[in-house]
Design a protein around this ligand. Structure first.
Ligand code: ZN
Length: 312
């Protein structure tokens, strides 16, 4: 017999937590399967990430040194993509918005047509198990590469991506630089998201939401520094898609117990709980819920409310 989510959390029943329907709307596909699956596929272990990394720089160091040499090719990507969706299904994720970085095109000599065929087959293969909504991912440092910018515009025309996300080093480009891309995404009916406020900067969260007309923010935890910005996000009901373990491991927050998701929630901002990069941070959505309960950030009922709101 299945038990409800509140009871599952309060009795620390991970299987029952997994059995409840959940969403993951902040995940980057290339780093979204468990490291253990990669190790099995490769036939050898991979060095674990440090428990604390120095922000995005520290994470990229780990990726470049440990992960990239083994997976930076089409076979690696396609294994990870399918395995990531398997992981989400096993975790009880029913709706998955996963970003496909435009640079993945380097693996496809047939260009966008070939990448689209792969993504369509993936959506189709898992249709019965999960609502996979492909997201177009664009790293800020690609904004000064006219070829990649053009490809991103063309990718929107494919009519396969349901949302768009911008990420990586905030200082690499102003939101204004990608405004035409976001305007095009809006015209195509795509949901607009961007990473901002991962490492402070409440005003930058507001500015980016305004300039790019964002529907949702990836992280956005820096907003907690400003009552004014929080009030503004709450008034507009702008959702923050938060990845607690990622924030702790990249040292954006010292530990889970002091995570600002509590303050953001208390200020009436819609929040969701997500994985970011399962291969690095190692916590599924179910585990993130359990961690937030165990560390006393939320009550089981509050987590149930967050879960139910994410499914609407
Ligand atoms: Zn992210």
């Amino acid at each position: 017999m299945s038990i409800d989510f509140v009871e599952a959390l309060s009795t620390d029943n991970l299987d029952a937590i997994k059995a409840a329907a959940k969403t993951d709307v902040h995940a980057h596909i290339f780093l979204s399967t468990r490291r253990e699956n990669m190790e099995r596929w490769l036939g050898h272990p991979l060095t674990k990430p440090p428990l604390k990394m120095k922000g995005l720089e520290g994470m990229h160091e780990y990726i470049d040194e440990v992960l990239a040499p083994h997976l930076d090719h089409r076979e690696g990507f396609e294994f990870i993509a399918a395995s990531a969706i398997d992981d989400a299904v096993q975790d009880g994720v029913v709706l998955l918005e996963m970003s496909f970085d435009i640079r993945l095109l380097k693996f496809y000599s047939g260009g966008l047509t070939e990448l689209r065929a792969f993504i369509e087959a993936l959506v189709e293969r898992y249709r019965e198990q999960i609502d996979l909504r492909p997201e177009l991912g664009f790293a800020r440092e690609c904004a000064d590469d006219p070829r990649l910018m053009k490809l991103a515009h063309q990718a929107i025309e494919l009519d396969i991506f349901q949302s768009i996300d911008l990420y990586s080093h905030q200082e690499a480009c102003n939101p204004e630089t990608v405004k035409p891309l976001y305007r095009k995404a809006r015209e195509a009916g795509m949901k607009r998201k961007a990473h901002v406020g991962e490492f402070g900067g409440a005003e930058e969260v507001r500015r980016t939401v305004e300039v790019l007309d964002l529907d949702e923010v990836q992280h956005g935890i820096g907003a907690a520094e400003s009552v004014d910005v929080m009030r503004w996000l709450s008034k507009n009901q702008t959702q923050l898609n938060i990845c607690p373990t990622s924030n702790v491991m990249l040292d954006a927050v010292p530990d889970l117990a002091s995570h600002p998701i509590r303050i953001l929630f208390d200020n009436g901002i819609p929040v969701t709980i997500n994985t970011d990069d399962l291969m690095i941070f190692g916590q599924s959505v179910s585990e993130e819920y359990r961690n937030l309960y165990r560390s006393g950030v939320f009550s089981a009922q509050e987590l149930e409310d967050i879960r139910c709101a994410s499914l609407v």
